[in-house]
Design a protein around this ligand. Structure first.
Ligand code: PLP
Length: 390
C-alpha cells in the first residue's frame, strides 16, 4: 500500500479479515494456533509453511498492528513489543554482542540511560554519551567496535533536535546502524527511515495509543535487521499482547489528526509561555527561538505536542506550578489527550546521577508539559495559577 498517504495507511494498512468479513479489525485472544495434523505442525515449526504457531511468535491482531505501523514508517518490517523499553532492549540485544560499543546522545529518556549504564554494561556492551546536537562528537567517539548510534529526536525533555540525515551519513561511512527513537513525533510528523536511519523505535504507550491506556513498543527497519530483533523477542518473550495491539490499531487511525491538534495547541502554549515573566526559557522546536528551529522544520512537519520550560526559582517554584494545577494531570506519561505535567529532575530523570542530569541540561526549574486536546485557554489558566506570585 506504499503509494497511499499516511492518513489512509493509518486506517487501511495491514487489515486481514477473518472468514466473517468484519470491518473493524478482529481481536484474536488465543495463545496458540491449531494445525490440521502432524505434517502441518512440523512444517510450521520448521518455517517451511507460513502461519501462526504461538502468540509469543505471532498473533494475527499483533501482525495487523505491525504491518500498519510499518506501512506508516515506510519500513519493511516491524516487531511489536510489550513496552517502549522492551523495544529499545530488544533492538540493542538483538543486534549487539559483548564487546560491542554504542554511541548515544546525552539528552535521552531517563530509563534508556539506566539501561545503558546499569544493564548493558553488565553484559559487556559499552556506551558513550555525546552531544545530540553536534554530529562531529559522534564521529570523534567512533571506535572499531562501534555498532550502533542511538538517538532520540526531539529529545526528552529538552526537545533537542538531532540531525538524522547527517548522523546517518557518519554512521554508514563507519558501517554502523542508526536507530531513532521516534516517540515524540510519531510517523505522522517524522519518518526517520526516509532520512537515512536504519531503525525506528517507538514507545507506543505515548502518541500511538494517544489516550493513555496501555504500554507497548515497536522496532522497525529492514527485513534483515528485524529478523535479528524478532528472534531475540520471540526467544526472550517481551512481545505485545493481542489486546494491546488491537487498541493501538484503533489509536493509529486517529494519529494524524491528533498530532496536528496537539501541535497547534503546543505551539500556542509555547508562545504564551515565552511571554510569561516567570518563565526564563521555553524549549519547543516549533518556536523560531529554538536553536535548531530550521533543522526541526526540515526534518519534522510540526513541533509536536511536548513543551518544556524553565521557571525562575528552581524546584520550589516548579513544584508550586505543579501543585497549583486543578486540571492538568500530574503524571510522567505523555502523548495523551489529557494534558500532563512533570518535573523531570525529581521524576523521569530522578534516578540518573546529578552530574548526568547537569550534563544533559535538566535543571531544577525545568517543567515538561505534554499538551493534550483540552481547550488551550483552559490549559493556560491552569498553568498561570502557579506561575503568578513570583
Ligand atoms: C516513554 C518513553 C520510552 C519508554 O517507553 P515505555 O513504553 O514507557 O517503556 C522510550 N523513549 C521515549 C522517548 C519515551 O518517551
Amino acid at each position: 500500500m506504499g503509494e497511499l498517504d499516511l492518513e489512509t495507511l493509518a486506517i487501511r494498512a495491514g487489515i486481514e479479515r477473518s472468514q466473517h468479513g468484519e470491518n473493524s479489525e478482529a481481536l484474536f485472544l488465543t495463545s496458540s494456533f491449531v494445525f490440521n495434523g502432524a505434517t502441518q505442525a512440523a512444517a510450521r515449526f520448521a518455517s517451511q509453511e507460513p502461519g501462526n504457531i504461538y502468540a509469543r511468535f505471532t498473533n494475527p491482531t499483533v501482525t495487523m498492528f505491525q504491518e500498519r505501523l510499518a506501512a506508516m514508517e515506510g519500513a519493511e518490517r516491524c516487531v511489536a513489543t510489550a513496552s517502549g523499553m522492551a523495544a529499545i532492549h530488544c533492538c540493542i540485544m538483538g543486534l549487539l554482542s559483548a564487546g560491542d560499543h554504542l554511541i548515544t546522545s546525552r539528552s535521552l529518556f531517563g530509563v534508556t540511560v539506566q539501561l545503558c549504564c546499569n544493564i548493558l554494561s553488565r553484559f559487556g556492551i559499552e556506551t558513550s554519551f555525546v552531544s545530540g546536537t553536534d554530529p562531529e562528537e559522534w564521529r570523534a567517539a567512533l571506535r572499531p567496535n562501534t555498532r550502533l548510534f542511538f538517538v532520540e529526536t526531539p529529545s526528552n525533555p529538552l526537545m533537542e533536535i538531532c540531525d538524522i540525515e547527517t548522523l546517518a551519513g557518519i554512521a554508514h561511512e563507519a558501517g554502523v546502524w542508526l536507530a531513532v527513537d521516534n516517540c515524540f513525533c510519531s510517523p505522522a510528523l517524522q519518518r526517520p527511515l526516509a532520512l537515512g536511519a536504519d531503525i525506528v523505535i517507538h514507545s507506543a504507550t505515548k502518541y500511538l495509543d494517544g489516550q493513555g491506556r496501555m504500554l507497548g513498543g515497536a522496532v522497525l527497519g529492514s527485513d534483515e535487521i528485524m529478523e535479528k530483533v524478532f528472534l531475540f523477542a520471540r526467544t526472550t518473550g517481551p512481545t505485545m499482547s493481542a489486546f494491546n495491539a488491537w487498541v493501538f490499531l484503533k489509536g493509529l487511525e486517529t494519529l494524524k489528526i491528533r498530532m496536528d491538534a496537539h501541535s497547534v495547541s503546543a505551539l500556542s502554549l509555547a508562545h504564551w509561555l515565552e511571554a510569561q515573566p516567570q518563565v526564563t526559557r521555553v524549549y519547543y522546536p516549533g518556536l523560531p527561538s529554538h536553536p535548531q528551529h530550521q533543522l526541526a522544520m526540515r526534518q519534522q512537519s510540526t513541533g509536536g505536542g511536548v513543551v518544556s520550560f524553565d521557571v525562575k526559582g528552581g524546584r520550589k517554584v516548579a513544584w508550586r506550578v505543579i501543585d497549583a494545577t486543578r486540571m492538568i494531570s500530574v503524571t510522567a506519561n505523555l502523548g495523551d489527550v489529557k494534558s500532563t505535567i512533570t518535573h523531570p529532575a525529581s521524576t523521569t530523570h530522578g534516578r540518573i546521577s546529578p552530574e548526568q542530569r547537569a550534563a544533559a541540561g535538566i535543571g531544577e526549574g525545568l517543567l515538561r508539559v505534554a499538551v493534550g486536546l483540552e481547550a488551550i485557554e483552559d490549559i493556560q489558566v491552569d498553568l498561570a495559577r502557579g506561575l503568578k506570585d513570583n
